[in-house]
Every structure is written in structure tokens, then in C-alpha cells.
Write a protein of this length. Structure first.
Length: 94
């Protein structure tokens, strides 16, 4: 039987997908919180989760970055997610 995925992982995954729209090479907790629309405390927890998963690094205290290859992956993943969301929004015809 599958174990449910904790909400914190979903929140961190959402942040990872949205990081691709951030224009700079790195960002701080406040920028991450604004990007996702959560409190800075939640953004800090999400960023810590991404650091533990080796998806982002913290090259300077409080500043986070990710490799260009991971950015490319996030861009592709975000496009797939957007397409899925658009298909769910369209009314079904019987």
C-alpha cells in the first residue's frame, strides 16, 4: 500500500516548479515566498526540503540557487503541469 505524500513535499515540489520563472540565478526566502504566495516561514521550510533533496543549494546563508540543468528540468516540468491544468479546466462534452 502506498503511503500518502506529506503536504510539505507537495509544497516544496510546487516551489521547485515555480523557481523556473524567477529571472535571477539565485533568490532569498522573501523572493521564494512571493513567488509561491506563502508565508516566509513556509518558503524557508520548502527551501530546506529542496536543499535536503539536492535540488537547490544554499551558496550563501539565506540565498538559494539551482544548477542550469535543474532549471531546464523545472521549465519542462512546469510546461507539462500547465498543460495538465489547462486540460482539467476545459469543460467536458458528452
Amino acid at each position: 500500500m502506498r503511503r500518502p505524500v506529506p503536504a510539505s513535499r507537495w509544497s516544496a515540489a510546487r516551489l521547485f516548479r515555480l523557481l523556473e520563472v524567477h529571472p535571477g540565478p539565485d533568490l532569498d526566502v522573501s523572493a521564494a515566498a512571493s513567488l509561491v504566495g506563502v508565508a516566509p516561514s513556509q518558503a524557508r521550510r520548502d527551501l530546506a526540503e529542496l536543499v535536503r533533496a539536492h535540488l537547490v543549494t544554499e551558496p550563501r546563508t539565506g540565498w538559494f540557487a539551482f544548477h542550469d540543468l535543474l532549471r531546464a528540468y523545472a521549465i519542462e516540468h512546469c510546461r507539462d503541469l500547465a498543460a495538465d491544468e489547462r486540460s482539467l479546466e476545459q469543460p467536458r462534452r458528452s
